[in-house]
Ligand binder design. Sequence first.
Ligand SMILES: Cc1ncc(COP(=O)(O)O)c(C=O)c1O
Length: 373
Amino acid sequence: MISTQIKMNQNFKTYVESIVPYEPGKPIEEVERELGVRNVAKLASNENPLGPSPKAVRAMKAAIKKVNFYPDGSCLALKKRLATYYDLSDKNFIIGNGSNEIIEFLARGFLKEGDKVISSMTSFLVYPLITQVVGAVYEAIPMKDFRYDLQGVLRQIDDRTKLIFISNPNNPTGTYVRAKNVARFLKEVPEHVIVCFDEAYVDFVEAKDFPNLLDEIHGNRSNLILLRTFSKSYGLAGLRIGYGIATPELVAYLQKIRQPFNVNHLAQVAAEAALTDGAFLNKTKKTVSEGKLFLCRKLTEMNLDFASSEANFVLVNVVRDSKKVSRMLMKLGLIVRPMTAYGLDQYIRITIGTQGELARLVRALKQVLKQGD
Ligand SMILES: Cc1ncc(COP(=O)(O)O)c(C=O)c1O
């Protein structure tokens, strides 16, 4: 008889072994195959419902014949375009295989076993995951009203603290921390602690009191890094390309960590072109803004509580088992994200899709909640 007991390799690290893998939104094809449904709408991963930037698609088509060559490892053309876009130097940018890769650079660059990372509860799950990979300790501060409690974060800083992650706006709540609170926080945070403001959803923000941290970069704040991505507002999630903005010194340090060719050629040319696609960006922003207004109005009519969002998704309390609700929605061809992994067993997160997708979602949600009663 073959033993089913698999012996653990003695070199496996217990802190890696105990990692709970990140569970991404289910792909459309998988749901169609498993459940036999068609015309599935994916509103689970905060992607762009309008597709990729057309300018990016054209640039990729023209560049495809060059993929026999390695890409430009330094991503210089893209960094120069970003420098013009932000009125900074190309030395202020580090490009990653998704902004997720830069989160990993930060962990590998600044953490060793036993060091401490501070962030918030109910925030992006990649922060604890990457922290755990390097054997550091992750401390999550409770939210206040679904918002980051920056004063609470400050109180927990000690000698072991090396990194702070702040998702602004925050995934999965969509809430944000205001400029005046951030200014106070930055004044008090010790200089040796690296503060990462993850602004993956910044292009969707409409709030007037959202902080403009680019001013801090212009002012050479040495312990700050901003993360941005082409995955959301430019519709390039499948290419994996994002970037960090920081002082030339911090960027140069992180550059030492990356693989020589971490960002592929098509992603680089697509991102470069997308940055000049203002028409697409504006259309995306309008779609998200109007879609969010529509969805929130319908949720209010349905007496469902939701968090006020500055991002391209809304966190909704369905007052029922969110896994069950998500499963039932899936059978109706709509993929949303149950929030159980975040400890919110009765919440789902809905990405803002097209008007048609959202109308379908509202109809399906009404049907599912009625069935569940
Ligand atoms: C807060 C936050 N940061 C970063 C990312 C990752 O973005 P990228 O696709 O650039 O790796 C996401 C993606 O969902 C996110 O929600």
